[in-house]
Design a protein around this ligand. Structure first.
Ligand code: BDP
Length: 593
């Protein structure tokens, strides 16, 4: 699905702002058809943002089920004869939309966009009411998975309480998290474009394929960053060769402007769609990861879309700060742990030259500490979940396929991939991913082992092994002296067993900014520095290690529990983006790499 950039033939109306919001405390709104007329007793709610932290009302923060959003807008009077497409960047985790009380569309999956043409439902100049039912429930057929539990022990609860259980470590923020846009296109329009780039000596090659709705001839042109014409082509599918091209490289971005035009013989170009394209190649062998044929070492972080007050709502200010902090640290990459991030973020990564491991929302698919409970069983994560997981991978690839920053797909994070049924489950998902995009390597982030009872059954299907390890934290807590032996031992076994390059996608320590001790103890800034230093020392000895992503970029919100003191504190930065001491130590290391 294409991002709605404006162009000569396309206008974009941003519907972000303050919407009307209503809690559906008893989850009766759908049955009572709240969408039929304007919502009553609403409160103001910003879009994009999570609703959870916006009020002082714990019933809103902890609600399990539906909430409703509504606003009105004017259909632009200049759009007569055009398509008018209403597009949501994301609604977490399920959204159903009505226009003036008439059903329009619905979408399952909290981190990907959906859209529909509403031009047949309202005339130019009309006032339009849009109503959205937003549902935050997680079950075993959603990603991430979860389970709604009814607490009904009469000795403990006055009346039954519905609680949302989930097995991942970030707060289940919900709402309309990304921009809502109304955009116009002509009736004959560019529906999709796919580019794949290649390098031939000094020349760059852009292979493209377009999907056009309606009739019309397709013309394509490429301009360099200064606006000079670099190449043209005719037809819906083809190739453009640019001699002496400037390539997109990690930390050295260069973007061409790629324009698709559709027009009739006798008319000027009807639809024009322009996007940025970086010319680069990605490949992998059994020891290295290459961008443009040059080996790269991933330096960076696992992250979250997370900010105080706004939760997971897209915050461009936060993102610019984060990209500047990543550049300041000499990082060259991050993983979209643990779900696809906003499209606006990938545009920034393209511009900053940051490599992105693009992850699906398959996180928390494990009962790691409960040996007797399995996740991949017919009554939990099952065939229906797999079918949904495959469709999420297709949607993700359809959305992100043209971003040069995206160099690898991650099909999930830390599933119990040692279970028998996990292997066929992930084989299906990985095959689907490779079919949808044969050009990028595929990984899955694992917390399993290369041996024993929890031996990884998926790693052999992947191009790169990515693992998360917390030596001296969750196990052998406080024992920094075991770190080096354990990293060396386990990583070597991974390589012996699977023979793939390895990225340590998570390692880190909860650290309360301002806590100090020497010798270091857990939760102090010195402990975080020392743990990371010891991991890094061993990475430098092992030549199949192709990257280090510290967990995490910044502190973030989690559900409440005895191991979380107002969230996860493993950030190199605080939630407000102030550096902990480790930031300076790692910045100095990455400067030399
Ligand atoms: C890993 C998860 C990550 C957690 C982290 C932690 O991938 O989401 O936040 O552990 O416990 O298991 O800090």
């Amino acid at each position: 699905m294409l991002y709605p950039y404006e162009s000569r033939s396309r206008e974009v109306k941003d519907l972000s702002g303050v919407w009307r919001f209503k809690l559906d405390a008893d989850n009766v709104g759908l049955q009572e058809k709240w969408y039929e007329k304007p919502l009553e007793d609403t409160i103001p709610m910003p879009v994009p943002a999570s609703y959870n932290d916006m009020t002082q009302d714990v019933r809103i923060r902890d609600h399990v089920g539906d909430v409703w959003y509504e606003r009105t807008f004017i259909m632009p009077s200049t759009w007569a004869g055009k398509r008018a497409v209403l597009r949501f960047g994301s609604v977490t985790h399920f959204g159903r939309v009505w226009i003036n009380g008439t059903y329009l569309m619905e979408h399952k999956g909290g981190y990907l966009p959906f859209e529909a043409d509403i031009s047949g439902m309202a005339a130019p100049g009309d006032e339009v009411r849009v109503t959205v039912q937003v549902n935050n429930v997680l079950d075993y057929q959603t990603l991430p998975p979860g389970e709604v539990e009814i607490l009904d022990d009469p000795y403990k609860y006055e009346k039954p309480i519905r609680v949302q259980r989930y097995f991942h470590d970030f707060y289940n923020y919900a709402g309309i998290h990304r921009p809502v846009k109304l955009y116009s296109t002509p009736q004959n329009y560019v529906k999709d474009v796919r580019v794949v780039t290649d390098i031939d000596g000094k020349a760059g090659i852009i292979r493209y394929e377009t999907e056009v709705c309606g009739s019309g001839q397709v013309r394509v042109e490429v301009r360099d960053a200064a606006g000079a014409l670099a190449g043209t082509a005719e037809g819906g599918k083809g190739e453009i060769r640019i001699e002496n091209a400037v390539f997109w490289k990690p930390m050295e971005s260069y973007l061409y402007r790629f324009t698709v035009m559709v027009g009739q013989d006798d008319k000027a170009q009807e639809d024009v769609y322009t996007m940025k394209v970086g010319i680069r190649t990605v490949s992998v062998d059994n020891r290295r990861f290459y961008v443009n044929g040059e080996p790269v070492y991933f330096k960076g972080f696992g992250k979250h879309e997370d900010m105080d007050i706004k939760g997971k709502g897209l915050d461009q200010a936060m993102w610019i700060k984060d990209f500047n902090l990543m550049s300041w640290m000499n990082a060259n990459s991050f993983r979209t742990s643990h779900y696809p991030y906003a499209e606006e973020v990938l545009d920034l990564a393209d511009e900053y030259g940051i490599l992105v491991i693009d992850e699906s929302p398959a996180v928390g698919m494990t009962f790691f500490n409960d040996e007797n409970k399995r996740m991949f069983v017919p009554e939990r994560v099952n065939d229906q979940t797999q079918a949904f997981h495959k469709s999420v991978m297709r949607e993700l690839i359809s959305r992100d396929k043209n971003h040069p920053c995206v160099v690898m797909w991650s099909v999930g994070n830390e599933p119990s991939c040692w279970e028998e049924a996990a292997a066929p489950y992930f084989k299906g998902v990985i095959d689907e991913t490779r079919a949808a995009d044969p050009t990028r390597p595929v990984t899955m982030v694992s917390c399993a082992f290369p041996y024993g009872k929890k031996k990884d059954k998926v790693a052999q299907m992947l191009d790169v092994v990515c693992i998360n390890k917390y030596y001296s934290w969750y196990e052998d807590s406080g024992m920094l002296d075991v770190v080096e032996y354990q990293v060396r031992k386990e990583l070597s076994l991974w390589y012996e067993e699977y023979g793939k390059p390895l990225i340590m996608t998570e390692y880190g320590a909860d650290t309360i900014a301002g806590y100090h001790s020497d010798p270091p103890v857990m939760f102090t800034e010195e402990y975080q520095i020392e743990m990371i230093r010891r991991f890094n020392k061993v990475f430098d000895e092992l030549d199949f290690v192709i990257g280090e992503h510290i967990w995490a970029f910044a502190d973030f919100a989690t559900k409440q529990g005895t191991t979380r003191v107002i969230g996860n504190k493993k950030g190199v930065f605080t939630r407000e983006r102030n550096p902990k001491s480790v930031a300076f130590a790692v910045k100095a290391r990455w400067e030399l790499m």
